[in-house]
Design a protein. Structure first.
Length: 216
């Protein structure tokens, strides 16, 4: 709502300045008309920038309390090989072929300042990637690695813009990456949740609890 209101205000101001510019040019007030026209263009460009930022921010999930981010179910397909069935809270599903002993999910977290929270901006997160990992460092260095993106990378990256210009955006409190990993096992089912402090993973069935219990 805050972004929508800002876009509307900038757009309306741009239209108003455009109308004034046209009227001044009709009365042959060229310099005033050009200045007002440039102001109108700047407002439209600013509204477009806010719209792009808002569109990218919508790819992040609002984070006001611990909430589900997905469920992972595994089925063994070979030695150190598993199919990972990830179900998102929306009901969408994706299957990944992972190699290793453990699974890992990475996320990005955006935290706002308390003042921004008062304006309605909650902390937000976005799942970034899922990967397989090995328990032994030697295997991690020598065995095949598998990693998959959980978010399309062909969009405007708000994270990168904030990181580059953080000094000019004081309402952002913190940007950080967070990851969680647990062992993979045949028929193991895990839940992934996210809180203000980051990702949390818990076993949901006996196969997952046994895997965690025997984890080294």
């Amino acid at each position: 709502m805050t972004f929508t209101a800002l876009i509307c205000v900038l757009g309306l101001a741009g239209v108003l300045f455009f109308i004034i510019a046209v009227r001044r040019l009709r009365h042959r007030r060229v310099i005033g008309g050009l200045f007002t026209g440039l102001t109108s263009l700047a407002l439209f460009l600013l509204a477009a920038c806010v719209w792009l930022a808002a569109a990218n921010l919508r790819t992040y999930q609002r984070l006001s309390e611990e909430q589900p981010a997905g469920e992972l179910e595994f089925s063994a397909t070979g030695a150190h090989q598993f199919n990972a069935d990830l179900t998102f809270p929306t009901g969408e599903r994706a299957v990944f072929s992972l190699r290793g002993d453990e699974w890992q999910v990475d996320a990005r977290i955006l935290k706002w300042t308390p003042f921004a929270n008062l304006l309605g901006f909650d902390s937000a997160y976005r799942l970034e990637r899922i990967s397989g990992r090995y328990s032994r460092i030697e295997d991690e260095r020598s065995q095949p690695r598998t990693v998959y993106p959980l978010y399309p990378t062909d969009r405007v990256d708000l994270w990168e813009l904030i990181r580059r210009h953080h000094d000019w955006l004081p309402w952002f409190d913190a940007l950080y990456g967070n990851a969680v990993y647990l062992p993979m096992a045949d028929r193991a089912l895990y839940e992934i949740k996210v809180s203000q402090t980051g990702l949390v993973a818990r076993p949901l069935n006996q196969a997952a609890r046994d895997a965690v219990g025997h984890w080294h």
